[in-house]
Design a protein around this ligand. Structure first.
Ligand code: IPM
Ligand code: MN
Length: 367
């Protein structure tokens, strides 16, 4: 198997967690004699400093020529005074547009050994397995017109969706729900927004084509509370761009830390993989970042871009087995019961567990 990956490590803890994720991909490649190649390119604040733009043309070209793009994180407090179109985040939004992926898959698992890290009751989150499908190319993030007129003191953003945009992401959510527990929860604000009414109508119109999937609609405000009160009731959660951004961060409470959450964006020219967490400037460069979200994102690369499902599962099993022990990065530590390890040490522990998981799989296949 041959795979060309563009690596856009970005800002803050991005490079630290990306390094560990790449280490895992390299281990998989070595074990299975796969040819994985990695080409680095600049994005975000680091690109502004080097090239004067958060997304240099060279990065776009490298990304479009790749089989998959892995992105660490973007964002740097240095640029807080800039307008949204000049900030590091603009580079991320523009690369998402260039690559064209509209279905952002954000799984949220309740890892049993991290149950204590959640403020929620362990029995309430036991075995939670939610897949958020966040529309990634529409809504308020990209709608025109947008402006901030400092003279009149008026700012405008536009929520805009076409039926085609809703339908294409909804189909992916239906298909995924059909392969999982068969429940699709569509989240909107249909009591106030026409865009949300379009989402509801479009999902309802598609539903008869997926008889194995049960559809429910939730308003985003009540969904925010249901997600904390009864997360076990949800399977696939489909929603528009901004609601998906907010709800997926909220789901970090269930997983024990935002640092545990991976994501994959499908449906465009090139798939884009990014952990859900941000650049965390407060802990950047200190070896404190949790690389597990990035490593689980690497598992999604194996699953969705390399077609290596068994290897993806081996990486996920390796993460689970590391969590069974006492080693923790700070964000998932449990007082004196944890041995605090660095980003790099955590990567190494997963690497060791992965070697064992792959050996086990190999032995099973040899029988
Ligand atoms: C995310 C991030 C981005 C988003 C930011 C950095 C632009 O929060 O990937 O969730 O809002 O999509
Ligand atoms: Mn976010």
């Amino acid at each position: 198997m041959k795979l060309n990956l563009a690596i856009l490590a970005g800002d803050g803890i991005g490079p630290e967690v990306t390094r560990e994720a790449i280490g895992i991909l390299k281990a998989v490649a070595e074990f299975g004699s796969h040819d994985f190649r990695f080409t680095e390119a600049l994005i975000g604040g680091i690109a502004i400093l080097a090239e004067g733009t958060p997304l240099p043309q060279a990065t776009i070209e490298i990304a479009l020529a790749a089989d998959a793009v892995f992105l660490g994180a973007v964002g740097d407090d240095k640029f807080n005074a800039l307008s949204p179109d000049k900030r590091p985040e603009a580079g991320l939004l523009r690369i998402r547009q260039e690559l064209g992926g509209f279905a952002n898959l954000r799984p949220c698992l309740a890892f049993a050994p991290l149950a204590d890290n959640s403020p929620l009751k362990p029995e309430g989150i036991k075995d939670v397995d939610i897949l958020f499908v966040r529309e990634l190319l529409g809504g308020l993030y990209f709608g025109q017109p947008r402006s901030w007129d400092k003279k009149t003191g008026e700012a405008v953003n536009t929520m805009r969706y076409s039926k085609t945009e809703v339908e294409r992401v909804a189909r992916i959510a239906f298909e995924l729900a059909g392969k999982r527990k068969g429940k699709l929860t569509q989240v909107d604000k249909a009591n106030v927004l026409e865009c949300s009414q379009l989402w509801r109508a479009t999902v309802d119109e598609l539903a008869p084509q997926y008889p194995g999937v049960t559809v429910e609609h939730q308003l985003v405000d009540s969904m925010a509370i249901h997600l904390m009160n009864r997360p076990r009731d949800f399977d696939v959660v489909l929603t528009e761009n901004l609601f998906g951004d907010i709800l997926s961060d909220e789901s970090g409470v269930i997983s024990g830390s935002l640092g545990m959450l991976p994501s994959a964006t499908l449906g465009g020219k090139v798939n884009l993989y990014e952990p859900v967490h941000g650049s965390a400037p407060d802990i950047a460069g200190q070896g404190k970042a949790n690389p597990l979200g990035a490593i689980l994102t690497a598992a999604m690369v194996l699953r969705h871009s390399a077609g290596l499902e068994a290897e993806a599962q081996a990486v996920e099993a390796a993460v689970a087995s590391v969590l069974d022990a006492v080693h923790r990065t700070g964000d998932i530590a449990r007082g004196s019961r944890s041995a605090i390890v660095s980003t790099e040490q955590m990567g190494k522990l997963v690497h060791e567990a992965l070697a064992q998981a792959l050996d086990r799989q190999h032995a099973m296949h040899a029988v």
